[in-house]
Write a protein that binds this ligand. Structure first.
Ligand SMILES: NC(=O)c1ccc[n+]([C@@H]2O[C@H](COP(=O)([O-])OP(=O)(O)OC[C@H]3O[C@@H](n4cnc5c(N)ncnc54)[C@H](O)[C@@H]3O)[C@@H](O)[C@H]2O)c1
Ligand SMILES: O=CCCC(=O)O
Length: 532
C-alpha cells in the first residue's frame, strides 16, 4: 500500500467531491497540510487534521502544546494534536452553552436533515475514514470500513428519531386536572469515548444528542483523535451550526479536562464509554453537580456452548467473531468461553483450526485478518493472562507469544484449553486476542460461573432447546444477550450493561431518551360543564 502523501499541488488541483449545496469549508481545509509524516493516501487529504474543533473553527491549544499520535502497527508518528487544557475546554463548553438556546428550538425535522447530511458525508468519505481508523487504531481496513458503516448508521437512525420525540397525555388522578408531558433536550453534553471504535463510539453519542436538540463537547481519545477530527470536519461541511458540536483533544491533560467536563455547571449530561475504573472517577465527579449520566463501561462476556447446540460450526464461528473482533478489543468480546463436556473436545479442535488460519499483520496489508493491539501495555496484559493461566494448569493450543517480528504491539492469536475459575482471565477483561476455553457440566453451574463477575455487559450462548434458551437468556446478569450468534451490535438494538458495566442505553429507540428530560405539565380547573 502506498502510504506516502500525494504532492500537495496535485491535491489542490484535484476536483473535490461536492455535496449538492454549498459546503462551508474551514480554514484548515484550505491550508497545506504538513509533509513531515508518512500517511495513507486519502482521497481528500484535508480530512487529516491536527487541530481541535471549537465553535466552528479549527484551533490550537492556547499554550501551543501538542501531543503525538503513533501508528500502532509501525510505531511511526502519525501526527500531533493540540494538548488542550482546562481554559481551552472552558471555551468549548461556553461555545456549546451559547449555541444551545437557539439549537434547542430548531424543529426535529431540521435536526433530522442535518444528521442526514452528516450521514451522507460519512458514507461519501467512507474510504478515507476507514483509512484513518486503520492508521491510528490498527484494525484491518475491511473491519475499519465496517466500523464506518456502523458509525454512520447512528446518524441515519437518529435523524429518523429526531422528529418523533413524543410526549404523553396522562389521565390525572386529581379531579379537574389534565396532565401532559413533553420531552426536552437536557442541555450541553460532555462526551468521552475510547480508541477501540474511533468513529462509532462518538457517533453513537452525538447522533442522539443532536437529535434531541442538545449541544456537545466531545473529548476524543488521545490514541485516535484523527478519525474524530475528520468526522468533525464533515459536521462543518454538513452545516451543523457553530458551537453545536465541539471536538476537543488532550493527552496528559485528560484527567483535568475530564474533571472540568464532569463538574462544570453548564454541562448537564455526561456520557462516557471506557473502562469501569475511569467510569468510577467520572461518576464521583459528576455527582458534584448532579448531572444526568450514562456509563458504558467494561465487560467480561461469557460465551456458552451447550451440548444441545444444533450447529457446532455455527457456534465456533460465533465464538471466533465474538472473541477476535478487533483483536479482542471490544467491550462485548467473549472473554470466557464455556463449553459443555460433551462437545468440548470437538469444539476446541475446530476453534483452534480457525484461529490457525488467521493472518496477523498491519491493517493496510492485503489478506490480513487481524492487526496489532493498541499499545504495548495491551500486549503485556494479554501475555500476563496467558502466563497466569499456564501457571495454573491451562494448555496452549496455539499462540501464547508476542509476535515480536511484526512489532511490539502484535500478539499471536491464542487458544488455551483446560481453563479454570481461579485464573485471571476468568475474572478480568483481557481486551486482547486470547481465548480461554472453560469446560463445564451443568446449566446451573455455567450460569453461576457466568454471573460470577462484577460486570455484566454482554453474554452469548448456543443451544437448540427453546426452553433452555428462555431460561438462560433471562438468568444471565448482562445487558445484552446473543442467542446462537456472536455478533449483537446493531443500531436498532439497545446497547448497554448492568452491574459495574454501567447503565444507560445507546442506539435503538431508547438512545435519545438519555439526552432528554421529561417535563410534566398539569392543567387545573379543566372539568367545568359545557357552556350553554
Ligand atoms: N460499554 C461499552 O459500550 C464500551 C465500549 C467500548 C469500550 N469499553 C471499555 O473501554 C475500555 C477500553 O478503553 P480505554 O482503555 O480507552 O478506556 P479508558 O477508560 O482508559 O479511556 C476511555 C476514555 O476516557 C478518557 N479518560 C481516561 N482517564 C480519564 C479521566 N480521568 N478523566 C476523563 N477522561 C479520561 C480517555 O482519554 C479515553 O478517551 C474497556 O474496558 C472496554 O470494555 C466499553
Ligand atoms: O467496544 C464496544 C462497542 C462495540 C460495539 O458497539 O459493537
Amino acid at each position: 500500500m502506498d502510504r506516502i502523501i500525494r504532492p500537495v499541488t496535485r491535491q489542490l488541483l484535484r476536483p473535490r467531491p461536492r455535496y449538492p449545496f454549498a459546503i462551508p469549508r474551514t480554514a484548515h481545509s484550505q491550508r497545506l497540510y504538513s509533509m513531515k509524516h508518512s500517511a495513507p493516501q486519502l482521497k481528500d487529504q484535508s480530512l487529516f487534521i491536527e487541530k481541535s474543533y471549537i465553535n466552528g473553527e479549527w484551533v490550537d491549544a492556547k499554550s501551543g502544546e501538542t501531543f503525538e499520535v503513533y501508528d500502532p502497527a509501525t510505531g511511526k508518528l502519525i501526527g500531533t494534536c493540540p494538548e488542550l487544557d482546562t481554559s481551552d475546554v472552558e471555551t468549548a463548553i461556553q461555545a456549546a452553552s451559547e449555541a444551545f438556546p437557539k439549537f434547542r428550538t430548531t424543529l426535529g425535522r431540521e435536526r433530522a436533515r442535518m444528521l442526514r447530511r452528516w450521514y451522507d458525508l460519512m458514507m461519501e468519505n467512507a474510504d478515507d475514514l476507514a483509512k484513518l481508523i486503520t492508521w491510528e487504531n490498527g484494525k484491518p481496513l475491511a473491519d475499519a470500513r465496517g466500523e464506518v458503516n456502523y458509525a454512520a448508521s447512528f446518524f441515519e437512525w437518529f435523524s429518523e428519531e429526531a422528529p418523533r420525540t413524543y410526549g404523553d397525555t396522562i389521565p390525572a388522578s386529581v379531579p379537574g386536572n389534565r396532565v401532559m408531558t413533553i420531552k426536552q433536550p437536557v442541555g450541553v453534553c460532555g462526551l468521552i469515548t475510547p480508541w477501540n471504535f474511533p468513529a462509532a463510539m462518538i457517533t453513537r453519542k452525538i447522533g442522539p444528542a443532536l437529535a434531541a436538540g442538545c449541544t456537545v463537547v466531545a473529548k476524543s481519545p488521545q490514541e485516535t483523535p484523527f478519525t474524530a477530527n475528520a468526522i468533525a470536519e464533515l459536521a462543518h461541511r454538513a452545516g451543523i451550526p457553530k458551537g453545536v458540536v465541539n471536538f476537543v483533544t488532550s493527552s496528559k491533560n485528560t484527567p483535568a479536562v475530564g474533571e472540568l467536563i464532569t463538574t462544570h455547571p453548564e454541562v448537564r449530561k455526561v456520557s462516557f464509554t471506557g473502562s469501569t475504573n475511569v467510569g468510577r472517577i467520572l461518576g464521583k465527579q459528576s455527582a458534584s453537580t448532579i448531572k444526568k449520566v450514562s456509563w458504558e463501561l467494561g465487560g467480561n462476556a461469557p460465551f456458552i456452548v451447550f451440548d444441545d447446540v444444533e450447529d457446532l460450526d455455527a457456534a465456533v464461528t460465533g465464538a471466533i467473531n465474538s472473541k477476535f473482533r478487533s483483536s479482542g478489543q471490544t467491550c462485548v468480546c467473549a472473554n470466557r468461553i464455556y463449553v459443555q463436556d460433551g462437545v468440548y473436545k470437538e469444539f476446541a479442535e475446530r476453534f483452534a483450526q480457525k484461529v490457525k488460519d488467521f493472518k496477523l499483520g498491519g491493517g493496510f496489508e492485503d489478506g490480513i485478518t487481524h492487526g496489532p493491539v493498541i499499545h504495548e501495555r495491551a500486549v503485556n496484559k494479554a501475555h500476563d493472562h496467558v502466563q497466569d493461566a499456564i501457571s495454573k494448569g491451562a494448555e496452549i493450543v496455539i499462540g501464547g507469544q508476542r509476535a515480536t517480528a511484526l512489532g511490539p504491539n502484535f500478539y499471536h492469536p491464542t487458544v488455551l484449553t483446560g481453563m479454570s475459575k481461579d485464573m485471571l482471565l476468568a475474572s478480568e477483561e483481557t481486551f486482547g486476542p486470547v481465548a480461554g476455553l472453560f469446560p463445564f457440566k451443568t446449566e446451573k453451574e455455567v450460569v453461576d460461573l457466568a454471573n460470577h463477575a462484577e460486570v455484566g455487559l454482554a453474554g452469548y450462548f448456543f443451544s437448540g432447546n427453546v426452553r433452555r434458551i428462555f431460561r438462560v437468556a433471562e438468568a444471565l446478569e448482562v445487558g445484552m444477550v446473543g442467542v446462537n450468534t456472536g455478533l449483537i451490535s446493531d443500531v436498532a438494538s439497545p446497547f448497554g450493561g448492568v452491574k459495574q458495566s454501567g447503565f444507560g442505553r445507546e442506539g435503538s429507540k431508547y438512545g435519545i431518551d438519555e439526552f432528554m428530560t421529561i417535563k410534566s405539565i398539569t392543567f387545573g380547573g379543566m372539568s367545568q360543564p359545557l357552556q350553554e
